[in-house]
Write a protein that binds this ligand. Structure first.
Ligand SMILES: C[S@@+](CC[C@H](N)C(=O)[O-])C[C@H]1O[C@@H](n2cnc3c(N)ncnc32)[C@H](O)[C@@H]1O
Length: 147
């Protein structure tokens, strides 16, 4: 998928550059808060879950654990290097129900109602990103009407 609009290109470059240090103990809060967030969500086995802005899986990996064995998680982000790290971590943990995929949250490549839940872990409400990730987008993906 070609991602050419300017902010996304800058974000992709920035997070690819940061990827080598993304699992440094100084930023272990991503994992801590990601897991605690998922602990509080009503996820259950067999759900299809989308995690946008997934980083290296801070919330996507705990979500995959929760919806196993029949549910699955698709985790999307712009930076390939973070996605690779997330994918490696999931494999190391023996998870087979999670896929890390490069995608722009503003043009997600999934039909409506593909997912039961959409997560946007640790995307700050005051940030430019959160503004773009509108409730409209989340609702069109995670229809509440699906069982
Ligand atoms: C505050 S961080 C969220 C951290 C993430 N949940 C984690 O566990 O590491 C916001 C993330 O959203 C990503 N992002 C921003 N705009 C995006 C877009 N249009 N599509 C996909 N990801 C995007 C950024 O690259 C950044 O990693």
């Amino acid at each position: 998928m070609a991602i050419s609009s300017r902010p996304q290109v800058e974000l992709e470059k920035t997070y690819n550059a940061a990827a080598d240090h993304y699992d440094h103990p100084a930023v272990s809060f991503w994992d801590r808060y990601g897991r605690r967030t998922v602990d509080r969500l009503p996820l259950s086995a067999s759900m299809a879950v989308l995690d946008v802005c997934c980083g290296m899986g801070a919330s996507a990996i705990p979500a995959a654990e929760r919806v196993a064995p029949t549910g699955h998680v698709i985790a999307v982000h712009l930076a390939e290097k973070l996605l690779d790290k997330g994918s490696r971590r999931a494999t190391e943990q023996g998870l087979t129900n999670i896929e890390f995929r490069r995608a722009d949250l503003e043009s997600l490549p999934f039909p409506d109602r593909t997912f039961r839940k959409a997560l946007r872990g640790l995307v700050l409400p005051s940030s430019q990103i959160a503004g773009r990730l509108s409730t409209d987008i989340a609702n069109s993906i995670a229809s509440k009407r699906r069982p």
